[in-house]
Write a protein that binds this ligand. Structure first.
Ligand code: SF4
Length: 210
């Protein structure tokens, strides 16, 4: 692990979500802050990258899409598990706020400031196709690329991967579920999560347009 400096323009702000999967029985989501997706310079290299920040850091600085920001971060300790390129962000600055950003919250993708973690937890999420996440949904505050841990052999072996989800309105015209996520378990093949039923369970607090 190495401490680096970065600066750039914010392209997207999404919740940083961890998911734990166990066969068809369990899909648990926890929310640990946000991922800032930036176009800029990190560790002296011009590129697009993601920095994990805490909920408190976002609440203090109020980052918005289009802001120019800078800070430090650490390279990943667990690259197979952590989607963001840098985490443990520090010395955060909102160098040049994007005052021109209009409230675009009436149409998808929703690009106004993201809500707190409690709101994401209450809303719950549905599986979102990776093509949507990379495309029309990338700027949306309701999109996430989650760090997923699969309990592959209980207490003995885990597997890791990244999966995209949507916390937004079920009626969103951009939404596509994509391929069914299959969950493997040792000597048992792979099965869909709750045969597709987890999305309904997790979003049952909300109506079609919420
Ligand atoms: S499908 Fe979900 S993530 Fe994509 S724009 Fe709509 S609400 Fe946002």
């Amino acid at each position: 692990m190495e401490k680096i400096s970065w600066n750039g323009t914010i392209l997207s702000i999404q919740p940083r979500t961890n998911v734990w999967r166990y066969r068809i029985d369990n899909r648990t989501h926890s929310h640990t802050g946000y991922n800032l997706f930036l176009d800029g310079i990190a560790n002296g290299e011009a590129k697009q990258f993601a920095v994990a920040i805490s909920e408190k850091q976002q609440q203090t600085l109020g980052f918005r899409i289009g802001d120019e920001a800078s800070g430090t971060g650490w390279t990943k300790k667990y690259p197979q598990w952590e989607y963001a390129d840098y985490y443990r962000a520090g010395a955060l600055k909102r160098v040049k706020p994007n005052y021109t950003l209009a409230d675009e919250s009436k149409m998808p993708p929703w690009t106004d400031g993201p809500p707190d973690m409690a709101t994401y937890e209450w809303r719950g999420c549905r599986v979102l196709s990776k093509a949507c996440w990379k495309g029309k949904c990338f700027k949306c505050k309701w999109a996430t690329m989650a760090n997923v841990t699969i309990e592959y052999d209980w207490g003995v072996k885990q597997k890791w991967r990244f999966e995209s989800f949507c916390y937004g309105p079920k009626s969103c015209k951009f939404y596509k579920r994509g391929a069914e996520p299959m969950v493997p378990y040792k000597n048992c093949g792979s099965n869909p999560d709750c045969h597709g039923g987890f999305d309904d369970i997790f979003t049952e607090n909300r109506d079609w347009d919420d």
